[in-house]
Design a protein around this ligand. Structure first.
Ligand SMILES: Nc1ncnc2c1ncn2[C@@H]1O[C@H](COP(=O)(O)OP(=O)(O)OP(=O)(O)O)[C@@H](O)[C@H]1O
Length: 629
């Protein structure tokens, strides 16, 4: 047999590469539970219960009170049912005629019926209270997450593991659904266990410890299995995160053309399956461990249960307990066994849920730590100058700074063009000027106020930005213009902004004009073309009328008429503000008062269009390349 490097079958190609393996080092590389012992895990329960109670209390106090009262009621009802069943059995199995015995048992049976009914009503009301609390609890958890993520310093997104902690927190937020239910069932089982345990101890003191031994292994098994499940979850967070992102990109209708016309479907589906298989393999590799735990704990529990029944038989056979008492004991054993079983299983379920909720809480703490803490300084409505002093910024995990010692001054009324090759630091520079990122070194001063000490909301009230990747908000056309600055109910300024970008005809042609929902996916929605969306993004920035206007590649998708119109508008309104335009269309930099050319994060040259075009430097080189067609 010979082995060749060349494919032997007609046109066979090597298999496509499998999805990259993602693993993290450092803080997030280790499962926080990896070293936690069984006792430590169980000690988390009171904390989880307390937290659940506090959260539930905050959303609906009446429902919480109702829930607790109902739990007590159902627990007490269960005890009454058991105690009076014992009494009834005492009569039924006693001496006398059948009628006498039944007659004697009747009052106890009535009490049993009433108590059982009360227990059922209590159970139904508890479920109702849970139904009132849980949806709001989920909403609160969800909103807390969204708010936390929207508020963190932008730099946090770049930190290793941040997105995965967020994904873990999202799972935690969805698990909130089980939180009240688990806590409620656990409490109910605890109350039933205490009451039934009391009854059974009264029959013979050895019964309860034996029963406890019979169910404890199942509880230990459930907790250990929950731990294995969480370990698998932890190991696959990164993969699931990437998979859900990929799923969105692959199935989102806006990218459908690219997927189809580039023949990506096959590979995407292959990729999706390969990653899913990898996730499944991790889950399946845990299955034997779960089976071993389950078999061992079931066997142990079964042995103890056998012992309990044996003891009961021995007590009855040797006359140590009377027959009616033994019969009651059978009922009591069953009830206590069920209560104990539920107690440990719901305890384990609560513990399981708590693992995920802990992820959510730790992410919220992490996000809170990364919330801007810059200082109280505010920025006046009018800003006359922005000065950068030797500003340096390096993205986390990158060796080279993206902006490396930039100093420049921008004055009111001035239009600054920033140019440079891909990756030269233009967008990063703009993020530093607008305070989205804070400089690692050096200062960005707005009329002498250092952005490192200024309240970011106060700064962002004064900025308008058309980023390179702007969002196409699935909102009405009006909100797509006013988002971030809903000023009045008056549409006139909205139309002004729409006119400024030459979009009036388009908007008037929409089914509901400004009220049209710009989301093709939804019924009643409409879709715009790429350039029209870009015009809308520009309209949004112009509508804000802020002292700083930043446009990053604002006309890359526009036709010449649209581009011309926007550039004229920028010039028209330039006197009242500072304007920064990033562009690769070097002809467009003619409108700027000054051009800054970046290379590797540094200012390579600056000057007017004419000066730079004649200087023979990088700008002149790029200009000649753009003209060499
Ligand atoms: N979020 C980020 N995390 C890490 N590195 C980043 C990030 N954003 C940009 N960079 C890196 O910083 C450098 C500067 O990027 P920047 O986006 O500022 O360049 P640019 O001049 O705007 O490029 P382009 O012309 O392609 O838009 C690049 O090397 C880029 O890889």
């Amino acid at each position: 047999m010979t082995v060749t490097d060349t494919p032997s079958t007609h046109g066979a190609t090597p298999p496509p590469p499998p999805p990259a393996t993602i693993s993290y080092e450092g803080e997030f590389g280790r499962n926080p539970l990896a070293e936690a012992g069984f006792g430590a895990m169980c000690r988390r329960l009171p904390g989880v219960l307390g937290h659940t109670l506090r959260m539930a209390w905050a959303v609906d106090r009446t429902a919480v009170v109702l829930l607790l009262v109902c739990q007590l009621l159902t627990g007490a009802a269960a005890a009454v049912v058991l105690a009076f069943t014992a009494r009834a059995l005492h009569h039924v199995l006693g001496t006398g005629s059948v009628t006498e015995r039944l007659h004697g048992a009747l009052p106890a049976l009535v009490v049993v019926a009433v108590a059982a009914g009360t227990g059922r009503v209590g159970g139904a009301l508890a479920a109702y209270a849970d139904g009132r609390i849980t949806p709001r609890l989920m909403t609160e958890a969800d909103i807390a997450l969204v708010t936390a993520v929207c508020r963190v310093e932008s730099a946090a997104y770049g930190e290793a593991g941040f997105a995965d902690r967020q994904e873990a927190a999202e799972v935690g937020a969805t698990r909130t659904r089980f939180m009240v239910q688990d806590a409620q069932r656990f409490l109910a089982a605890a109350i039933r266990m205490v009451t039934a345990g009391g009854v059974i101890t009264a029959l013979h003191w050895t019964m309860l410890p034996l029963l406890l031994l019979a169910v404890l292994p199942a509880g230990v098994g459930a907790v250990l299995s929950a731990r294995v499940d969480y370990e698998t979850h932890y190991l696959t967070i990164a993969d699931r995160n990437v998979r859900s992102m990929m799923r969105w990109w692959a199935t989102y209708s806006r990218f459908g053309d690219e997927v189809r016309a580039n023949g990506m479907t096959g590979y995407l589906v292959y990729w999706y399956r390969a990653l899913s298989d990898r996730i499944d393999r991790r889950a399946l590799s845990a299955a034997p461990r779960v089976l071993r735990i389950s078999l061992a704990t079931s066997a142990l529990g079964g042995l103890f249960l056998l012992g309990t029944w044996g003891l009961l038989a021995w007590l009855a056979a040797t006359g140590r307990v009377a027959l009616p008492v033994a019969a009651t004991a059978v009922v009591a054993v069953q009830t206590t066994l069920a209560a104990l079983g539920q107690f440990v299983l719901h305890g384990a379920a609560l513990f399981h849920t708590s693992l995920y909720l802990a992820d959510m809480r730790s992410f919220l703490d992490q996000a809170a730590e990364r919330a801007p803490r810059r200082g109280p300084a505010t920025v006046p409505e009018r800003v006359d100058e922005i000065r950068l002093e030797d500003v340096v910024y390096r993205y986390p995990g990158r060796e080279q700074p993206a902006v490396d010692g930039v100093s420049l001054t921008l004055r009111r009324g001035e239009i600054l063009a920033v140019v440079g090759e891909n990756g030269s630091g233009k967008s990063t520079l703009v993020k530093l000027i607008t305070g989205i990122l804070l400089a690692d070194r050096g200062r960005v001063l707005w009329d002498g106020i250092d952005l490192a000490g200024a309240d970011p909301d106060a700064v962002w009230k004064r900025t308008a930005l058309v980023p390179q990747n702007y969002a196409r908000w699935p909102l009405r056309a009006r909100e797509n213009v006013t988002l971030g600055q809903p000023r009045t109910f008056d549409d006139a300024p909205v139309w002004q902004a729409v006119d400024a970008v030459g979009l009036r005809e388009t908007i008037e042609g929409l089914p509901k004009q400004l009220d049209t929902l710009l989301a093709k996916e939804w019924w009643g929605g409409a879709e715009l073309s790429g350039g029209q969306w870009q015009r809308l993004a520009c309209a949004r920035a112009l509508y804000r009328r802020t002292p700083l206007l930043v446009l990053d590649e604002p006309t890359s998708q526009m036709d010449p008429r649209g581009e011309h119109r926007i550039l004229l508008e920028i010039k028209r309104i330039a006197a009242e503000r500072m304007t920064i335009v990033i562009t690769h269309q070097l002809q467009n930099t003619r409108l700027a008062d000054r051009i800054v050319v970046l290379r590797n994060g540094r200012v390579a040259e600056q000057g007017t269009y004419e000066e730079l075009a004649a200087a023979g430097g990088l700008f002149a080189e790029l200009l000649s390349l753009s003209e060499d067609r």
